[in-house]
Design a protein around this ligand. Structure first.
Ligand SMILES: Cc1ncc(COP(=O)(O)O)c(C=O)c1O
Length: 436
């Protein structure tokens, strides 16, 4: 067990790391770097913890739904579908992957603040669990599309309670200035419920909110649930489905909270039960929609160290062969990470001195000064050819990755009990037609 790493990770005295029964050195040699590796056992454990917490805390029906935006690819989606999860998709691309991967439409819902008519048509036609309507404008558009195609559809309304949470401003989604959802404050949310309940084509089954991401506070969640229920009561709407979204945080660095997820599940569950008692409603289906909490810790990023140099101000720079193209989070949100160095083959037997640590900055290879993966971290003296492993890399890296500087997207592996599966092949910039 290595702190922050997937549960199957182990470290040998010579600094070599294994994951899912596989040596990261061997994987890096076979598939090259940057390389992303997902540990199946860690993902399964997270799903299990969430399911058990729901069973313990909520006597009504419930569903664990994975937020596809955290990381999605066809092969990953097949594993997620096999685990019996639902999925939240936000584009035609994600919708198609969910369909190909074998998700039943009754377990899929479509989000987005500006869905295209094509996305709405496809979701209606497939008969998804819910299209999560984000605005009065979208409600009118969807009604038109449904009517024109003669197809009825189930919807939820995404409600904006106007609550701020303690996270990076770019990760807040339910504050008063949010681009997402129907505000309660000015009556848009009530108006949407009223119109949806009167629709011939749309069947309103639930209410949804999502406060943001990397959150460790309970109070905004319980308040949001209360506000959704008060809103529904005011409009004489009894929700069959209720979703407080996702957003529960994970620990990337020592300063991060380690509040357990059970507290979140229990607080939300209790509030829903209290609200249902008050309103005289049967318990709705509670849909939790985490992305980060399910996959972040399952994934690690593996890089090869190249240039090691000292900047003019004395900072020791360790440059790796990836960076902001595969992980834009530090540049976007000043996201923090830890790292481990695996000594390369150029080192003496035993890996040399791994005990003496130095303060370094880990930078990427891209043409931006903001391309710093870790501004400050203590590492053994790094050399060209070492591997640098960054844990908690499973969420919002590859799904937000780019081809900046025409960098190929990395290979992605899934390790499970000594078995390796390629989730995504590395892009090949020398392949004919790669970038035309
Ligand atoms: C609507 C919605 N649900 C769920 C999530 C997942 O959030 P997280 O990965 O923080 O759990 C997001 C991400 O921002 C989202 O927008």
């Amino acid at each position: 067990m290595i702190e922050y790493f997937p549960i199957t990770a182990a470290i040998a005295p010579d600094g070599k790391i294994t994951l899912g029964g596989q040596n990261l050195d061997d994987l890096a040699r076979s598939w090259g770097t940057p390389l992303y590796v997902y540990d199946a056992a860690t993902l399964r454990r997270q799903v299990e913890i969430l399911r058990r917490s729901l069973q313990a805390a909520y006597p009504g029906p419930s569903q664990v739904t994975y937020a596809g935006k955290a990381y999605f690819s066809l092969r990953m989606a097949r594993h997620l579908a096999a685990l019996g999860l639902g999925v939240d998709v936000v584009s035609l691309g994600e919708l198609n992957i969910a369909r190909q991967a074998g998700f039943a439409p009754q377990r899929v819902h479509l989000h987005g603040n500006n869905k295209s008519p094509q996305e709405l048509e496809n979701a209606l036609k497939w008969g998804v669990q819910a299209i999560v309507v984000d605005s009065l404008d979208e409600l009118a558009l969807l009604e038109e599309i449904a009517k024109a195609s003669g197809q009825t559809g189930r919807i939820w309304l995404r409600i904006t309670p106007g609550l701020s949470v303690q996270t990076h401003p770019y990760r807040q989604t339910a504050h008063p200035a949010s681009k997402f959802g129907l505000p309660i404050e000015d009556g848009q949310a009530a108006e949407a419920i009223h119109r949806a309940m009167g629709s011939r084509w749309l069947h309103l089954t639930g209410l949804h909110t999502h406060l943001g991401s990397q959150i460790f506070e309970l109070e905004p969640y319980t308040r949001a649930v209360e506000m959704l229920c008060e809103l529904a009561r005011g409009e004489h709407f009894t929700p069959e489905d209720l979703s407080p979204g996702g957003g529960w945080g994970v620990r990337y660095v020592p300063e991060d909270s380690d509040e357990p997820v059970e507290g979140w599940v229990s607080a939300v569950s209790q509030t829903i039960q209290e609200q249902c008692r008050l309103a005289g409603w049967p318990l709705p289906k509670l849909i939790l929609e985490p992305g980060r909490w399910l996959v972040a810790e399952a994934g690690v990023a593996v890089y090869t160290v190249g240039v090691v140099k000292t900047a003019m101000d004395g900072t020791c720079m360790v440059a790796v062969d990836g960076g902001m193209a595969d992980n834009p989070r530090p540049a976007l949100y000043q996201a923090g990470y830890t790292a481990r160095l695996i000594p390369g083959p150029q080192r003496p037997p035993g890996g040399g001195d791994l005990a003496t640590l130095h303060k370094v900055t880990v930078v990427g290879k891209f043409c931006e000064t903001g391309d710093q993966l870790i501004p400050e971290v203590m590492l053994p003296s790094a050399q060209r050819g070492d591997l640098l492993v960054i844990p908690v890399s499973g969420a919002y890296h590859l799904s937000m990755a780019s081809n900046y500087n025409l960098a190929p997207r990395p290979a992605v592996l899934w390790v499970d009990n000594g078995q390796v599966e390629v989730l995504q092949e590395r892009e090949d910039p020398s392949a004919a037609g790669w970038w035309v």
